[in-house]
Design a protein around this ligand. Sequence first.
Ligand SMILES: [Zn+2]
Length: 258
Amino acid sequence: MFNQVFIQGLIASAFAGLVTGLGGFMIFLKRRYSQKDIDFMLNLAAGVMLSASFFSLLVPAMGKILTFDPDVHVAGFWYALAVFTGVALVWILNAILPHEHNNMGHHGPHFSLRAAWLFIIAITLHKLPEGLAVGVAFSAEDFMNPDSLVIGIALHNIPEGLTIAISLVAANCSKLKAATTALLIGLVQPLGAIIGLLTMGFSDKIVPLGMAMAGGTLLFVVINEILPETYGTKQTERSAFAVFVGFIFMTYLKIVLD
Ligand SMILES: [Zn+2]
């Protein structure tokens, strides 16, 4: 159980998760971050995550699942079902647990502690499937390289950590407490990775299905949690630019690392 893959996956996800703390401590770098700064960074992160979910999870999973059955309709059905299951899982999780989207930009720095925490719960929740994706990717090491996914998730944790810290400071927390909270929330990712690593060990077929599922959850997170935070503020051209920079950068990284 606690073999080399498990240890590597755990270390990699812990590293990626701790980068959230790095983002959190960036709150000390600038006296005040504008909504534009935050949107730009979150959009970069969204582009990185889009590329990572396609090229590190959905595409390699498709190649593998298509070898399951000579009938493409059967194989295609399993693939679609796995992606849908991933989307549905986060959807259900979101429906059960209370959370709120961040709207601090429109109302200045007044942000109730309750609203800040509901927003942070949303971020914390989605870190679980992100960690899961890392765990699954490490279980698939024999047919893909998980490094680019880990780097992608680590990179996108920087603006997320900063957003957590900014929300808490806007709700009158001290900067140190806000940054430390971001660091702790980052540790949810290795927790998700452990679940991924433990459940993928059962059969070879589970791994590509798990990857397709994880790809679905990451896409859902980008589409439902990250992009809506930034697209409401009428900077669509700037936002789109940042998304594409993130996407192309991550795709380049994937090519180079593989
Ligand atoms: Zn995230």
